[in-house]
Ligand binder design. Structure first.
Ligand SMILES: CC(C)(COP(=O)(O)OP(=O)(O)OC[C@H]1O[C@@H](n2cnc3c(N)ncnc32)[C@H](O)[C@@H]1OP(=O)(O)O)[C@@H](O)C(=O)NCCC(=O)NCCS
Length: 149
């Protein structure tokens, strides 16, 4: 298993990125300014995009594991890698997600704690209703993890 830092042709990874964020123009807002990582074992299993939001504050903007490889520990290993990669230059690692039973328990298992909400984020920024686990997403829920040196 290896995790690659993808610098070129990031849009080749769009099919998997769209699994976590189904509107392409939203992905375009962060893909170029973010770092893209791909976990290979030996084929592509998980992608992750991380952006810098403030001094020493980074945010996971996208994390997706191919459906056939979910629940095999790849997503958690990607989060562990991200924590190691940014440790030393990051105090707070954030992730924003829909208020969904499919994602919040995963991030809590990875060590994140719920921080705050952005009300109506999915109504204000997406051009169509987004459903996850049968539930319409309305607010963005932010979780955070403190990274110490
Ligand atoms: C969310 C997602 C990235 C998780 O990746 P994954 O590779 O399947 O996760 P892992 O196998 O590493 O799971 C790690 C832990 O979280 C748990 N977990 C994963 N999904 C869960 C869920 N919906 N509810 C409860 N626990 C969950 C796993 O059981 C595992 O627990 P363990 O450490 O006790 O064994 C994956 O389901 C996915 O790609 N979903 C679609 C895209 C998406 O919604 N991305 C997040 C929005 S940015």
């Amino acid at each position: 298993m290896e995790i690659l830092n993808i610098q070129n042709q990031k849009r080749n990874y769009l099919p998997l990125l769209l699994l976590a964020d189904e509107q392409e123009d939203m992905i375009n807002r962060y893909l170029d300014r973010g770092e893209l990582f791909a976990l290979m074992d030996p084929e592509l299993k998980t992608v992750c995009v991380v952006t810098q939001e403030e001094n020493r504050v980074f945010e996971i903007k996208n994390l997706a594991t191919v459906p056939e490889a979910q629940n095999q520990g790849y997503g958690k290993r990607m989060v562990e890698f991200i924590c190691r990669h940014y440790r030393g230059r990051c105090d707070r690692l954030l992730v924003g997600t829909g208020d969904s039973p499919l994602t919040i328990p995963f991030y809590e298992k990875c060590g994140f704690q719920i921080s705050h909400r952005v009300p109506n984020f999915f109504l204000d920024h997406y051009d169509h209703p987004i459903f996850e686990g049968g539930k319409r997403l309305i607010d963005m829920v932010y979780l955070e993890m403190a990274l110490s040196d």
